[in-house]
Structure formats: structure tokens, C-alpha cells
Design a binder for this molecule. Structure first.
Ligand code: COA
Length: 570
């Protein structure tokens, strides 16, 4: 089919839908929902068999849905309607929730439901449920709905089980989820903050200021008078609830232009005055820091769940320290497990944007990323694995390649290129790591476009060595099992071969030479005449709306030339 994806932004769900539709052999193009006229034009240029809307904030024009079947992916069960479906599900502590594929009509979310899926809710941030449970359910239901377009006589398989659950809900107001520190217990506070995280954030008064709260985690030991700030740890601050305390990792002001920054940076002196506590990296469920190290026999697993996958200069330094500690352990295999939502999205663009000199902070951040990549590459005491359970982009993908093996969960979406960030040249030793995996001819296939890639495609290209089960728990099991095999089968020989190769490679061309050359190019990106990187970063960090659809997405706008394949799109 010819399928036009119409979306407010090309977000994670839209990217996954795009990649899955292409994988299934459909001809896909994308238009961002900028205005009714632009949507009409896209439909007329592309002539789609169906429009799929994974992420829309408003109605599709009447003449468009009259002319073409339009399928809306709604993150709520059949009957549920309204703009904040998932926010309400988290806030109301729903035990199970759903995704519906609704055929667009005049009524917002009121059309016939073509397919639906149910899932068990997890206690997590709204954005995390969106990226995992909602995305998986949406992809499955969408394919069922597309099949139904050709067979309208078949009734949807499992809608019956949802009967009675859905209704219209208005947008969640700031008051509906405002924290009452004198009465709300930890569970309630977490639920309220999670319901608005990633956007728009719960509004609260903190140290005398009106701020939005993000990245909340329960604290196991600290306690104090309800509402009081108790301690700080890394970038986070701890605040007492009626029955315990929570950590708040990120804050932003209520100014629309503002963006998320570590809580201690936003609070300034109010945070400086707090007692500093250290994270305990080896505690199984320590909520204080994003880095955790656990051992299973000869396998050391290093998790790093940085908020939004962004790795600041300090984060990189902390992870490097944890890496060095892990490499001193008498284990055989170290697994870099990343986080559940993201493995890594590279440098912390918010931290860079907030710096007095973004160019200087970019320089520090990329050097810290490179230190980490280099330490992983130079580790010859262990076999090393990057196990990507979450999505990864830009420098994050290339950091993963620093390990001996790269495994990915089936559903992850990778963006193995830097082009979308103002044509950054990129570093993380990619000029050493990528060619030896994909060959010279594979470099352009990975780096030469701006489009997302499924794990299976990354596997075909050689970026990824193995694709594991899609279910996160099953993927964890797969990683442990496969890591155990690495530790057992021919480990000594594999380590010896790795050492030899490293020595040979270093003689042929030292890592320092790759790094210096990449950084020379990055210096130009940061300090040179062309401001593209600074403009792209500004726009991403401040979530600036699009005024047009980039041509690499809007293939229907490639006037006079055949639509480009994903490998050649510039
Ligand atoms: N630094 C800081 N924040 C980042 C980030 C980064 N490197 N990458 C993503 N984010 C943030 C986004 O700003 C957004 O923030 P929000 O929660 O305040 O809305 C959040 O992560 C989710 O990103 P979004 O784009 O909405 O979701 P997505 O799942 O669709 O992500 C990506 C798609 C990762 C491809 C896109 O965010 C991206 O291109 N990121 C930049 C990657 C990059 O260029 N890194 C630097 C070069 S090494």
C-alpha cells in the first residue's frame, strides 16, 4: 500500500511505525501536521491508499478523511477519547490500558475502532509506557487495522474485552495533578509526577519558585518533615513525602521556552545548602543514581539509565569510573545494558544548551564520550557487550559499537547518524569502529541518511550482531544467557584474539589518530562558521515546532525524481 504518515512530530512511535511499514513492504512517506492545506497537498501529491496518524494533536480535515481512510493511533482503549489518554491512565492508576486504531470521522476519536490491543500497566513515567507498551500494542493493532481496510466484513477480534472502559476525558489540568506535600504519600506523588513526564511536567513550588518536576524516583531510607528538601545526589534532590521521600532528577521553569535541567542546577543555592549523599552503584534498586552494577557469576552488568538517554560530561565521567571498576573485577564478560527506554542518545544537548559557552561544553562533552568509548575499546581483560534494550541515536549508537558484541531488542529503533544534529561529523571513534563492522561500502548505508532503522535492518548491515526477543524481560534473559555462553565457550581464546587484534590495529593506526581527526572536524562544527549544529540543538532542546516537513521524510515532495530509498535519502 501507499501509506502517508501524518504526525505532529516524527517521534519515537512515528519512527517505529514508519520503519515497520517499510519493513512490511509498503511505500511510505511522511508529512508533519502543519496546516490543513499542507495535509491536503500531501495527500494530493502522494495519492495514498491510507493515512496513518501515530501522533496527532488535532482533527484531520473533513475532506481528507472523506477521500482516504485515515487511521488514528489512540493511546487508550476503545471508547476512550480525548487529548491526554495516557496521562489519565497513569494518574488513575489503571491496572490495564489499551491502544485503539480509530478510523477518523468528524468527531475527535469518535470513529469506528478497527483494531485494539490491551496491555498491563507498569508503574513508570508516561513517556516510558508510551515508548514501550503503547508502541508495541500500536504496531500490532495497526497491522490488523490495515488488513481490515481490505476486509471490512471482518469484525475486530478483541474489542469486546474492553466494553465499558472508555469515555471522553478532557485534558488533565495542572490542579488535577498538583502535589499536596502535606497529604500525599510517596506512591501518590510518584503517580502524579509520572503522569506528566516527559511533558508537560507537574507544576509545583520548590524553594519558593514555580517549577515543573520530572524524573521522580522513590527513596528507600531518607525521611523528614513532609515537603522538606532533604538531600542532593548527583543532579537530583530528595524531598520528603508524608511516608518517605522521593528523588527529583530534573526541573524546568514554567517559561514555555525553558527546558529540563538537573534539579541542582535549577535550584542553585537552595540545592547547594543540602547534604550530599552518594549513590550506591551496586545496590540492586538504588533510586539515587542512573548507574548500577550487578554481577551474575562471571558476568558484570552495567546499567545506565540516563534521563532521555542524554549523557552529560559528568554522566560520562561517572560511567567511565564505573566501567573501570567493572573491568577490575574478576569476571569475564561486561555487559553495557543502558536503560529501559534508551540505551544512549549521545551528548546531553540540554546541558550544552544551558552552558555559558555551548561550544566549550560541546567540546568537553564529546571528549568525555570519547574517553568512555576509548576505555571500552582498550579493555582487553574482558569480553564486552552492548545490550540495547532501548532506542539509541547519534553518538549513543557509535558508543555501543565500542564493545566486542552488540545485541539489540527486536523492537528498538536506532538512528545511527549525526546528520539530524546540524550535520555533526560525529566522534566516539566511529571512523575506527564503523568500517570494521560494515566495510567501507556500508558506511553510507548507516550514516548517509537521516532515517530511523529497526534492529533487524541494523543486523543486516552489520551494526548489530544479534537481535533478541522483543519483550524486555525476555530480552534480559536472552542477554544473560548469551553472555554466559561468551564467558564459557572459548573465552580465553576469544580474549587472546581480541588482544592481538587491538595490538595490530594500534600499530596500523593508533586510536589517538582516529580521535584527533574526528575531533578536528567536530571543532569546526562547534566553533566554525557554519552554525547548523547550534541551530539544530536549539530547536531540539526547545521543542521548536516545524514550519515544514524535511524532505528526507516527505518523499512525496521529491518533485521530478522517483521517491528516494532510505539508503540514499539525503
Ligand atoms: N540530549 C538531551 N535531550 C535529548 C537528547 C540528547 N542527546 N536526545 C533526546 N533528548 C530528549 C528530547 O529533547 C526529548 O525531551 P523531552 O522529554 O523534554 O520532550 C526526549 O529526549 C525525547 O525525545 P523525542 O525526540 O521526543 O523522542 P524520541 O523518542 O522520538 O527521540 C531521537 C528521537 C532520539 C532520535 C531524537 O530525540 C534525537 O535526534 N536526539 C538527539 C540525538 C543527538 O543528536 N545527540 C547528540 C549528538 S551525539
Amino acid at each position: 500500500m501507499r501509506i502517508l504518515i501524518l504526525c505532529h512530530a516524527f517521534n519515537s512511535l512515528s519512527q517505529r511505525v514508519f520503519a515497520e511499514l517499510e519493513r512490511a513492504g509498503h511505500e511510505v512517506s511522511v508529512e508533519l501536521d502543519i496546516s490543513d492545506a499542507v495535509t491536503r497537498e500531501a495527500v494530493s501529491l502522494f495519492g495514498p491508499d491510507a493515512v496513518v496518524a501515530p501522533f496527532l494533536k488535532r482533527r484531520i480535515p473533513d475532506d481528507v478523511w472523506h477521500a482516504v481512510p485515515c487511521l488514528i493511533i489512540h493511546p487508550g482503549p476503545p471508547g476512550d477519547r480525548g487529548p491526554n489518554a495516557l496521562d489519565w491512565a497513569v494518574l488513575d492508576d489503571e491496572p490495564a490500558w489499551g491502544v485503539s486504531i480509530i478510523r477518523a470521522t468528524a468527531e475527535l476519536d469518535g470513529g469506528p475502532v478497527l483494531a485494539a490491543r490491551r496491555f498491563t500497566m507498569r508503574r513508570a513515567r508516561k513517556s516510558s509506557i508510551y515508548r514501550l507498551e503503547v508502541t508495541e500494542a500500536a504496531v500490532e493493532a495497526l497491522f490488523e487495522a490495515l488488513a481490515r481496510l481490505n476486509h471490512p466484513e471482518k469484525s475486530p477480534e478483541n474489542i469486546i474485552e474492553f466494553r465499558g472502559q472508555g469515555r471522553w476525558r478532557d485534558a488533565v489540568t495542572a490542579d488535577a495533578r498538583r502535589v499536596d506535600w502535606q497529604h500525599d504519600n510517596t506512591e501518590t506523588v510518584l503517580r502524579k509526577i509520572n503522569s506528566a513526564d516527559g511533558q508537560p511536567g507537574v507544576v509545583d513550588r520548590l524553594a519558593g519558585r514555580e517549577l515543573r518536576l520530572f524524573d521522580a524516583r522513590g527513596e528507600a531510607e531518607l525521611a523528614g518533615a513532609a515537603g522538606q528538601l532533604l538531600a542532593r545526589c548527583g543532579g537530583a534532590v530528595c524531598r520528603a513525602t508524608t511516608d518517605g521521600a522521593i528523588w527529583i532528577g530534573y526541573l524546568k521553569t514554567t517559561d514555555r521556552q525553558d527546558f529540563k535541567r538537573p534539579a541542582v542546577d535549577v535550584l542553585g543555592e537552595a540545592a547547594d545548602a543540602l547534604e550530599e549523599v552518594r549513590p550506591r552503584r551496586t545496590a540492586q534498586d538504588d533510586p539515587r543514581g542512573p548507574i548500577r552494577y550487578v554481577e551474575h557469576g562471571e558476568i558484570g552488568i552495567l546499567e545506565f539509565d540516563f534521563y532521555n538517554g542524554a549523557m552529560s560530561t559528568n554522566d560520562c565521567a561517572a560511567l567511565l569510573e564505573a566501567w573501570r571498576d567493572a573491568a577490575r573485577r574478576p569476571t569475564r564478560v561486561i555487559v553495557l545494558a543502558g536503560g529501559r527506554d534508551f540505551w544512549s542518545n549521545g551528548m546531553d544537548l540540554n546541558g550544552i544548551e544551558a552552558a555559558d559557552s555551548p561550544a566549550d561544553e560541546s567540546w568537553r562533552n564529546i571528549n568525555a564520550m570519547d574517553d568512555l568509548a576509548e576505555a571500552i575499546i582498550r579493555t582487553t581483560s574482558h569480553l564486552t557487550v552492548s545490550a540495547m534494550a532501548g532506542n539509541s541515536a547519534a553518538g549513543g549508537v557509535f558508543l555501543a559499537l565500542a564493545a566486542d558484541r552488540v545485541w539489540a531488542r527486536d523492537g528498538v529503533v536506532l538512528n545511527p547518524h549525526y546528520k539530524n544534529m546540524g550535520n555533526l561529523y560525529g566522534s566516539e571513534l566511529w571512523t575506527y569502529l564503523l568500517p570494521r563492522r560494515v566495510g567501507e561500502q556500508g558506511i553510507d548505508k548507516a550514516m548517509g541518511h537521516r532515517l530511523p532503522m529497526l534492529a533487524v535492518r541494523a543486523h543486516e548491515l552489520g551494526l548489530v550482531d544479534a537481535v533478541g526477543p522483543n519483550d524486555p524481560a525476555e530480552f534480559d534473559g536472552f542477554v544473560r544467557q548469551a553472555a554466559r555462553q561468551l564467558a564459557e565457550r572459548d573465552w580465553s581464546r576469544a580474549v587472546a584474539t581480541k588482544k592481538d587484534r587491538r595490538t595490530r590495529d594500534e600499530k596500523e593506526r593508533p586510536l589517538a589518530a582516529y580521535r584527533a581527526e574526528e575531533l578536528e572536524r567536530m571543532r569546526l562544527n562547534f566553533y566554525g562558521f557554519d552554525p547548523s549544529y547550534h541551530v539544530a540543538r536549539y530547536r531540539l532542546v526547545r521543542r521548536t515546532p516545524h514550519a515544514w516537513t524535511p524532505l528526507y521524510l516527505a518523499r512525496h515532495r521529491h518533485i521530478g525524481e522517483p521517491p528516494a530509498s532510505p539508503e540514499t535519502t539525503r
